[in-house]
Ligand binder design. Structure first.
Ligand code: UGA
Length: 435
């Protein structure tokens, strides 16, 4: 069996590497030739723990990385993992996936194989039936269900644990018609992940499951963030003890109750906006989803209010941001709350200095010389009037009095409560801790 994977971002490259390392005959395809060259040399275009190791392992076996789409003709299973970003209005932008599907359709036109196409990209309900299927049938001149299989296969991996999540997913969702193609794919996944539940449903439900998953995670985060704001007004209250305790109730569950500056990244914010737009189109007023977004926006505003309250007019003030990656163990800054915060500070003429163990290159691409970059954490803190811990990198947990000695004004805003148990000789403010 040969497997093709179209689009080598986090999802596509993780899947390519894991399947190839398991010995499958895999071709990873991406339009970006430079990227393909790098990947075929065993270099990942982004930082993801264990990815390069898995990729290199795969490259020793039966893995090819190419920008040549015609290679899909030899593939039995073809995974589509291209991005579905948002447009200016927040709605889903299908242009990339439409183009990829059109090219795919043209390429399988003359092929004698009965391909199965699995779409992993996140798409709003109805997209598979109303957009992807017609493009495929028109361009391939073939019939879905008879000549080729078309299956929705949403992905749940998290950046920073992408390899582990690809190897051990919590569920496999297969959406589509109950054809011979579906049977074969079910067999493929039950052998690949023998212990993982497989949910077989229709396209629109599979599409909705992905949005349900991400919007529920965002809801959990906004819920705990809302509680953290209330805790801040109760002297001595601690949101982490609350989260830990309610998390022990199996009906609630302990994950995604870590209060912070709000959810960021390339998925939760975008998927929330797409679902809100989609709900409105269906005629449903997304009251709860709107509130989840509103709480998220307020988390960031709150950080600015705290700095203003303590520092007065922010113009000309020197503020250190620790962590620009949207979460630890990644160099990804897409829709990172820290990046939003820096933009807001720059509007207020703040002198910003940043540190991040992995994401500095990406941060430089956004801000160039508009901000300063600390060579070390100590260097970033020195001379500053306020330090804001945005990303929960392990190394920031080691910060102690000595590190804050060179500050012009000793003020720390700890958005992740990683220094809460330390005796610090600073004006300390933590999200979720009552003052
Ligand atoms: C998210 C989902 O968790 C994945 O299941 C999904 O597959 C993926 O989107 C996607 O749709 O592709 P990811 O974007 O990698 O994964 O990031 P998360 O780990 O979900 O974190 C998102 C944001 O929420 C981060 O800014 C993080 O700091 C924040 N967060 C997360 C909290 O503030 N508190 C928490 O308790 C958890």
């Amino acid at each position: 069996m040969k497997i093709g994977i179209i689009g080598l971002g986090f999802v596509g490259l993780s899947l390519t590497s894991v399947l190839a390392s398991k010995g499958f005959n895999v071709v990873g395809i991406d339009v970006d030739e430079k990227k393909c060259k790098k990947i075929s040399e065993g270099i990942s275009p982004f930082f993801e723990p264990d990815l390069e190791k898995t990729l290199k392992n795969g490259l020793k076996k039966k893995l090819e990385i190419k920008s040549d789409f015609s290679l899909v003709r030899n593939c039995d299973l073809i995974f589509v993992t291209v991005g579905t970003p948002q447009n200016r209005t927040g709605a889903i932008d299908l242009s990339i996936i439409k183009k990829a599907i059109e090219t795919l359709g043209k390429n399988i036109r003359k092929s004698k194989k009965h391909h199965t196409i699995l779409v992993k990209s996140t798409v709003v309900p109805g997209t598979m039936k109303d957009v992807i299927l017609p493009i495929l049938e028109n361009n391939s001149k073939k019939k879905a269900g008879r000549d080729f299989g078309l299956i929705s296969n949403p992905e749940f991996l998290q950046e920073s644990t992408a390899i582990r999540d690809t190897k051990f997913p919590h569920a496999v969702v297969l959406g589509g018609y109950k054809t011979k193609f579906m049977k074969n794919v079910e067999k493929f996944f039950s052998e690949l992940h023998p212990k993982t539940p497989i949910i077989i449903t229709n396209h629109q439900t599979a599409e909705m499951i992905k949005y349900a998953n991400n919007s529920f995670l965002a809801t959990k985060i906004s819920f705990i963030n809302q509680l953290s704001s209330i805790c801040q007004k109760i002297p001595g209250a601690n949101v982490d003890d609350i989260a830990r305790t309610i998390g022990l109730d199996p009906r609630i569950g302990g994950l995604f109750l870590n209060a912070g500056p709000g959810y960021g990244g390339s998925c939760l914010p975008k998927d929330m906006r797409a679902l809100i737009k989609f709900a409105k189109i269906t005629g449903v007023t997304p009251t709860l989803l709107n509130a989840v977004e509103e709480v998220n926006t307020k988390q960031l505003d709150q950080i600015i209010s705290i700095t203003k309250k303590r520092l007065g007019n922010l113009s000309g003030k020197r503020i250190t941001i620790l962590g620009t990656a949207f979460k630890p163990n990644t160099d990804d800054i897409r829709d990172s709350i820290a990046i939003e915060l820096i933009k807001k500070f720059l509007k207020r003429k703040v002198q910003v200095i940043v540190h991040d163990p992995r994401a500095i290159e990406n941060t430089k691409n956004v801000f160039k010389d508009k901000i300063n970059y600390g060579k070390s954490v100590k260097d970033a803190i020195s001379g500053s009037q306020c330090v804001i811990i945005m990303t929960q990198w392990k190394q920031y947990e080691k910060l102690a009095n000595n590190d804050f000695k060179q500050m012009r004004k000793k003020m720390v805003i700890d958005c992740r409560r990683i220094l809460v148990d330390k005796e610090l000789d600073v004006d300390y403010y933590a999200i979720g801790i009552g003052n």
